[in-house]
Design a protein around this ligand. Structure first.
Ligand SMILES: CC(C)(COP(=O)(O)OP(=O)(O)OC[C@H]1O[C@@H](n2cnc3c(N)ncnc32)[C@H](O)[C@@H]1OP(=O)(O)O)[C@@H](O)C(=O)NCCC(=O)NCCS
Length: 181
């Protein structure tokens, strides 16, 4: 899959992305907003392990976000299992050098549309730490709706915080926003 967008390109990860991946990913402010399985510091070995994983994915559900000719972040989704098979969790990150240019919003809109077009999904959801105002804004701009605040559901970086659940349905027209929690 390759999506050429005005400010970035969504395309498969490549072995040649290793150096850019390490440079953009090895940042405490990126790690602080992601699950602990996203490594910090982000080493060459971590990049090799990630690039090996995505190379073997069928079908691929994780892509690089290319900005100014190099991989500057990632976006992808994980399809649920069992009764959750029509739900996928979407996630994304960008290197700090390219924040604030509308790139995450553009990428999220495009991958959301792609996911619904190519996969038998009813729902995409995103899990956001309550302190992550930038990601909340990205989700809202992309049409995701806040459904829940799971109080004290997360401990990250030694701090307990709330987890916000945002979601968008295949046919957003059938899904009026729920009342604010
Ligand atoms: C969250 C992240 C992906 C945003 O990427 P981005 O390309 O800078 O996002 P965009 O430029 O598309 O939009 C950011 C929006 O948040 C707003 N914003 C940024 N920082 C903010 C803050 N501290 N408080 C409130 N709004 C903020 C911006 O003004 C912009 O909104 P606007 O268009 O209305 O002005 C990026 O900061 C990142 O990778 N962070 C670390 C990893 C992460 O948080 N991933 C998401 C996990 S759920």
């Amino acid at each position: 899959m390759r999506l050429s967008l005005p400010h970035c390109t969504i395309r498969p990860w490549a072995a040649t992305d290793a150096a850019a991946l390490v440079r953009h990913a090895s940042d405490r402010e990126v790690w602080r907003n992601l699950r602990d399985r996203f490594p910090h510091p982000y080493t060459d070995a971590d990049a090799a392990s990630w690039l090996g994983f995505v190379a073997g994915q069928t079908p691929p559900t994780h892509w690089a976000i290319e900005v100014d000719g190099e991989a500057a972040g990632g976006i992808g989704f994980t399809v649920g299992e069992d009764v959750h098979a029509r739900t996928a969790e979407i996630g994304y990150w960008l290197g700090r050098a390219v924040w604030g240019r509308g790139i995450a919003t553009e990428a999220l809109r495009a991958v959301t549309a792609y996911a619904f077009a190519r996969h038998d999904l009813e729902r995409l959801e995103a899990h956001v730490f309550a302190w992550n105002a930038a990601s909340v804004r990205v989700l809202e701009k992309a049409g995701y709706v806040r459904e829940a605040c799971l109080r004290h559901a997360v401990r990250k970086d030694g701090e307990v915080t709330d987890l916000l659940i945002y979601a968008i349905l295949r046919d957003a027209r059938l899904a009026p926003a729920p009342p604010s929690p």
